[in-house]
Design a protein around this ligand. Structure first.
Ligand code: DLL
Length: 454
């Protein structure tokens, strides 16, 4: 279902005209109300009316996370606190959190784009939404809460964590719609499988997953275990939260950007030049309608590409490809750029493994070492145990793997496949089922870079 066809299916020339009009308004608004933008543009000798169309946007410099940090907490707000009705913050891995404010109007936009996301995934009034995104400073929980209510869903504000209770309620209340991170969807699926609930008996039919990178193989696993059809949702707190872009259930091939509210560009990470459609670079977003925290050309750090190819769902909004990673969580291992999602995709092609893994980068000598800790599936390990005569050790130690042909083969084939696709030699450590980190509702930490600790 398309919630707002008047915007989501607007012919592109009209959509671009709307963007141009809103862009010139927001540039003037930011210039008049945010000292940071006034100084920036004055320093360049740029008058706000010189940015009258989207082509002029390249005149405006990028806004970076460090700019928000330098004006911590409220220095970039464009309205007095009397007009702010909500504050969120994202806890970065380093430094101060990024603080975001919303006026009542901003919250309406936030609820609307989340409602669009739910509708695009197939949710309809009358359905129950099991909302397991974290409630609190993180935007996921409250974003989908209000989005669900806006669409007319019955929202269960369960938040993240407490997996056993989540599954109890899921089996009692029978929600059709699940919203959470992809890693938490797998945690829930594992708990359901542990209880012997088969996918046909899991009530969930629609899962709206995002907030962290995931792959097609992970999607296949979630869909299979839950008996659901999952879609991807992208967003970031600085821009609004979830709902900046979302997949439609028809194609599930890239996320439609809510372009009437957010103008997307993809730029070269080195030169900052705008890249043509189809080329991967850093996503840069300009808010077109936000009041409390308007952002001009915000450097998201997320690596993607755009496509305006027509879509079967009828939306005309440009689509962004699933994230390749972030410019800043890209690992450089012995000079090779490695995105964790590339390794995740290789792991996903092994039936013997679960999608759960951890990457540990260290520098034991002078050279970097990347260890891929991959988790064996219960079914495969049981098969190995059944076929192995004699006593089998309870813990999966290196010696056991060395001594067992089937386990050794998985270890070698995985290392080889990663070497071929990613171009870097890795050490593989096989973990017992359940031993890799699991999400308790939040974003999962899959990469440990021990090089930074020395
Ligand atoms: O993660 C907002 C959100 C909540 C999105 C719920 C989707 C669902 P932040 O905590 O500010 O906001 O983190 C934003 O998370 O820049 C991306 O690097 C990453 N991210 C978000 N969605 C996806 C996704 C929320 N679908 C940062 N795929 C972004 C990959 C994602 N990465």
């Amino acid at each position: 279902m398309i919630l707002q066809p008047e915007f989501e299916s607007l012919p592109r020339p009209q959509l671009q005209a709307l963007q141009a009009e809103r862009l010139s308004e927001v540039v003037r608004y930011a210039y008049e109300r945010v000292p940071f933008y006034r100084e920036r543009l004055d320093d360049l000798g740029l008058k706000p009316d010189e940015v009258s169309g989207t082509d002029d946007l390249t005149l405006v410099p990028f806004t970076r996370k460090s700019d928000l940090r330098d004006h911590y907490p409220f220095g970039m707000f464009a309205v007095p606190m009397s007009e702010v009705v909500r504050i969120h913050a994202s806890t970065g891995t380093t430094g101060q959190p990024t603080v975001v404010g919303y006026t009542r109007h901003d919250l309406e936009i936030f609820a609307t784009v989340c409602a669009r996301t739910l509708a695009a995934a197939g949710a309809q009034p009358g359905m129950i939404l099991h909302n397991a995104y974290g409630y609190g400073l993180f935007t996921g929980g409250l974003g989908f809460h209000h989005g669900g209510e806006h669409l007319g869903l019955a929202v269960l504000p369960i938040s993240g964590g407490g997996t056993v209770r989540q599954v109890d309620l899921m089996l009692d209340f029978r929600p059709e719609v699940l919203a959470c991170t992809p890693s938490y969807a797998l945690t829930l699926a594992e708990e359901l499988a542990r209880r012997g609930v088969s996918p046909e008996d899991v009530p969930i039919r629609i899962a709206i997953l995002g907030a962290e990178p995931w792959t097609e193989s992970m999607r296949a696993e979630v869909d299979r275990l839950l008996g659901a059809r999952s879609t991807n949702v992208y967003g970031l707190s600085e821009i609004v939260g979830p709902g900046v872009a979302s997949e439609c259930t028809e194609e599930r091939a890239g996320s439609h950007v809510a372009e009437d509210h957010f103008l997307a560009e993809v730029v070269d990470p080195e030169t900052g030049a705008v890249l043509p459609e189809g080329q991967a670079g850093v996503l840069v977003v300009t808010t077109l309608t936000k009041q409390a925290l308007p952002l001009l050309r915000y450097w998201t750090g997320d690596v993607t590409s755009l496509s305006s190819e027509p879509c079967a769902c009828g939306r005309t909004l440009v689509r962004m490809a699933p994230l390749k990673g972030r410019t800043d969580d890209m690992l450089i291992v012995r000079g090779v750029n490695v995105y964790p999602t590339q390794i995740e995709a290789v792991i996903g092609s092994f039936a013997e493994l679960t999608p759960n893994y951890r990457l540990v980068v260290s520098r034991p000598g002078r050279l970097d070492e990347l260890c891929v800790e991959a988790e064996l599936s219960t079914a495969f390990l049981l098969k190995v145990v059944a076929e192995t005569p004699g006593e089998v050790a309870k813990t999966l130690c290196e010696e056991l793997v060395d001594a067992n042909h089937a386990l050794r083969s998985v270890r070698e084939r995985l290392a080889q496949a990663i070497k071929t696709t990613v171009g870097v030699s890795v050490k593989v450590r096989l973990l017992e089922p359940g031993a890799a980190p699991r999400s308790e509702g939040g974003k999962i930490v899959r990469v440990v870079d021990e090089r930074q600790l020395v």
